[in-house]
Design a protein around this ligand. Sequence first.
Ligand SMILES: O=C(O)CCC(=O)C(=O)O
Ligand SMILES: [Fe+2]
Length: 290
Amino acid sequence: MGKREHMSSKNADALPVVDLAPFLVAAGGDGGVSRATEAVRAACWEYGFFRVVNHGVPPELTARVLELSAVFFALPDEEKAKLGFNLYPDEPTGFREALDECFGKLTQLGVLIQEILNESMGLPPGFLKEYNGDRSFDFMASLRYSPATAEENNGISEHEDSNCITFVLQDGAGGLEVLKDGVWVPADPVEGSIIVNLGDVIQVLTNGKMKSATHRVVRKPAVHRHSLAFFFNVHGDRWVEPLPEYTEKIGEAPRYRRFLYSEYQQLRMRNKTHPPARPEDVVNITHYAI
Ligand SMILES: O=C(O)CCC(=O)C(=O)O
Ligand SMILES: [Fe+2]
């Protein structure tokens, strides 16, 4: 009586971690694959955000690409201004090769995660591969955030990604955060892990069951932050709509109307080229909500 038990609470800043080793080593057979698939399902329903380890992207490559990215961004502006969209810089030496190698590895990882998602979404084998088998819309961005000032620290305002699956590689600075039940949870750098977050396409296909996580970057004082974001996308000609497995087959009404992915991309691009005066007029996936 009167004595309070200490309630142990879940460590709020621990994002779910999924070990991909069972998919990448020949062994298997110990239930590792189904455990990892279940872990992905739980993470996607709860957060839409998780870390993967033993993902097949060499840590040496991740470290190298982030270091070269930092060298690139530290070049004089005149040097960087020579570049248009999708042109590779000559300097620093090896940056282009590192980016290409990273792009290749992250594409492979995307294909694997998509396979796992297919299973954890309970879809017929190969469904997502068929739906999203064209890799020509994938892209990667090398990003740099300058130190926070006393006046402001916004790196990227809160948003959801529009695509299928995003990967984030980051240096040691920190600042990425994900919104979970109204609380901003840090997605701090953990050596050897890659952040995975789901985008709007998966949220719509699953009729809102899997989350397109709201996230942001808060800049830290005194440090530059470098990250690499890879967007495993879907072709612009694809129609996106809640799947029967998440609607008629389980007696639930669709929560989104169908849309052409390229149309959504264009509306989101307008957010940037013609920013609406009122924040509530920024187009996001609720534009298609029923
Ligand atoms: O830099 C990061 O950690 C995240 C970037 C991001 O959220 C985005 O580009 O959509
Ligand atoms: Fe994002």
